[in-house]
Design a protein around this ligand. Sequence first.
Ligand code: NAD
Length: 546
Amino acid sequence: MHNAIASPPAAVNEPVRSYAPGSPERASLRSTLMTMRGDEVEILPVIDGVRVETGRVESIHPPHERSRSLGTFQKARTEDVEAAIRGALAARHDWARLDWSDRAAVFLKAADLLAGPYRDRMNAATMLGQSKNPYQAEIDAACEMVDFFRFNVQFYREMMAEQPISAPGIWNRTEYRPLEGFVFAVTPFNFTSIAANLPTAPALLGNTVLWKPSPTQTYSAQVIVDLLEEAGIPPGVIQFLPGDGADVGDPVLASEHLAGLHFTGSTATFNHLWREIGNNLDHYRAYPRIVGETGGKDFIVAHESADPDAVATAIVRGSFEYQGQKCSAASRIYVDPSIWPAVQESLAAQMADITVGPVEDFSHFVNAVIDERAYDKITGYIERAKAADDVQVLHGGEHRKDDGFFIDPTVLVADDPAYETMEQELFGPVASVFVSDRSFDDLLDLVDATSPYALTGAVFAQDRAVLAHATDRLADAAGNFYLNDKPTGAVVGQQPFGGARGSGTNDKAGSKLNLLRWASLRSLKETFVPATHFTYPFLDTDASES
Ligand code: NAD
């Protein structure tokens, strides 16, 4: 029996722990990290709450220590996907009918478990499996994931409270039904929190979900599975299907019951999935909702009035944190020539303090890139830049893949603003600088037109009029726009995240707008005293007209 308009605890952002030397959180994380790196796990698809052996085994190694084994995962086959679809459709009835407050309680419990007993394990798994340093793991795998769980519940409650007006004698209501069918969540390697949010946001609204994590994030994905299970998610609500893209994707997209795609990853993969959905359109029972957050080529523009130290710091943090493997990472930098010497000086001083290495040594700001394919792609750009006449390698340029995929943070200075590293998404620790000799307006037009993406961007200036002008002129160039701050590090509830153009559908993860995409609204109209005859007054005879 549910006789309450329940109000969940007010959502506040999970405080970020510092992991400073001597702090208790540092000792606790280190101990979990060292234990986990010595263990081997076996990760299996989970369908209807049951772990399924598929025999298609893949080994897991830290990107920064390839000789170490963290265990194995098994990849889902077509028959597993088909079983997962049947199970998700069967689970939908009870899950959708459970009171919203009971569904919400599962995710609020998950948030508290993660903020407490699961925190070290989730962070350590993200450090080992994805090569994040403690701070990068903390802001992602702990804080952002907790925030997604708590804020989504709050936004869901607010969303349902939005109800239509009612005329006298009538009561109008809006129901926020889950979609009919199942939702397919496809997640990237680079954020553990996104891997959790994409299946859980639709699930909160009563949808059942097939979740395909990235093969290179499977290790921390298993901790999410364990967390949700302990929080009380019923079997079948989120089907866990690790594996390769098309092996899982093809049978899912072929199902007539596909009701939505919740995707984060590269633009190329999203375009492929959208195209496939278009090809299958005649087979679906309903038009699938398509939400995709994709690539970026994110910029920093430094005006002549900018503070050079602030610009240099934004380049270092914005371009090199998590090895530049953030969709929001600053990768093209436009600097006014009058401040470039000072920016360069500050940059050189800061770059000298950066070290690159494995995550177990907490002093490294930069760790390994995710896999060999990424390493080869990024270093290919670096080697071409070294050989090019019109590009200078200002910092870095060195790389090695003996036991880990290490690339030194690299700053290139390009004479040509259309040079390949100024235009294309590299997804690595490479920042390309163009020292602009153009008028500020021409420069803003160049920034706007240089790449097909529009995810994040930043402008640095002390002059208020310049900030206002750039904000207006670059109105369509970024979904998340920063004034005197680096273009990374969006916080749930504070800067709803997403971009337009080639960067995605801009449905703003962790916001009410995103949740709305997983609801199919039903309007109810109830008339208390219905009419009992068809006639209206205008039909009566008017004697004056004859
Ligand atoms: P990716 O496109 O290689 O993979 C994303 C997911 O798609 C993975 O799970 C992959 O296995 C899956 N996939 C690939 N082919 C598939 C298919 N045919 N069917 C079903 N699934 C398939 O991306 P990635 O390398 O994991 O992540 C990096 C990319 O993600 C970058 O481009 C980055 O900008 C983007 N990203 C964007 C955001 C954002 O919010 N805009 C956030 C994080 C990452």
